[in-house]
Design a binder for this molecule. Structure first.
Ligand code: COA
Length: 170
């Protein structure tokens, strides 16, 4: 999969991936509200910014936006946080998440400043958890009933990976 920076023109495709609030929160966390819009995307990082606070990646397959992931960057503490990982619905189930995220992880650890990459994922999200474990992420605990979606409460699992634990994708 080809990887490039996400562009403002990708947002329309991205928002079409999530049909309701539950799908949106599963992807992007508890602060999002349905329908997703450009304002909730936050400011796009300035092009060429040497130390941006976020990277926004786009994965391109068959000439369409197939995957997206963001990485928030804490340069002071050397901690990066993977978030808003998603594949276009038509691209799921083909094993594309591992190579896409593997490339994203390589880009994080290519920066000597980063020693830790972390993420949150809801405990029911088996496809995501299997993907993260395959990439070497280690479970670090669960925040029980951390999010309210409709009348349900979801548990949030935390995963982390330290630089020495980085392995090539299996
Ligand atoms: C999470 C996501 C990126 C994973 O990509 P994907 O293409 O669906 O993942 P895959 O089909 O490669 O599946 C990954 C693994 O989970 C398994 N899996 C997938 N769906 C499953 C299910 N319902 N039950 C059990 N296992 C499942 C696959 O067999 C595979 O296992 P393996 O690595 O042992 O072969 C994708 O599902 C997605 O975009 N989901 C919606 C947004 C989202 O939830 N993002 C994550 C936010 S933390």
């Amino acid at each position: 999969m080809l990887i490039r920076d996400l562009a403002a023109t990708d947002l329309a495709a991205l928002r079409s991936w999530f049909a309701d609030e539950a799908a949106l929160i599963q992807w992007g966390g508890p602060d999002l509200r349905f329908p997703f819009d450009a304002a909730q995307m936050g400011e796009m990082p300035a092009e060429g910014d040497p130390r941006p606070s976020r990277w926004l990646f786009a994965g391109i397959e068959d000439d369409i936006l197939a995957a997206h992931a963001q990485v928030s960057l804490d340069w002071r503490h050397g901690v990066a946080r993977l978030a808003r990982v998603g594949l276009a619905p038509s691209m799921r189930g083909r094993g594309l998440a591992v190579p896409f995220l593997s490339e994203v992880m390589d880009r994080v650890f290519r920066e000597p400043a980063f020693e830790r990459l972390e993420l949150n994922v809801y405990t029911f999200n088996t496809a995501a958890i299997r993907t993260y474990k395959r990439l070497g992420f280690v479970p670090e605990g669960v925040r029980r009933a951390a999010v309210k979606v409709g009348s349900a409460r979801w548990d949030t699992a935390m995963f982390g990976l330290l630089r020495p634990e980085l392995k090539s994708a299996a």
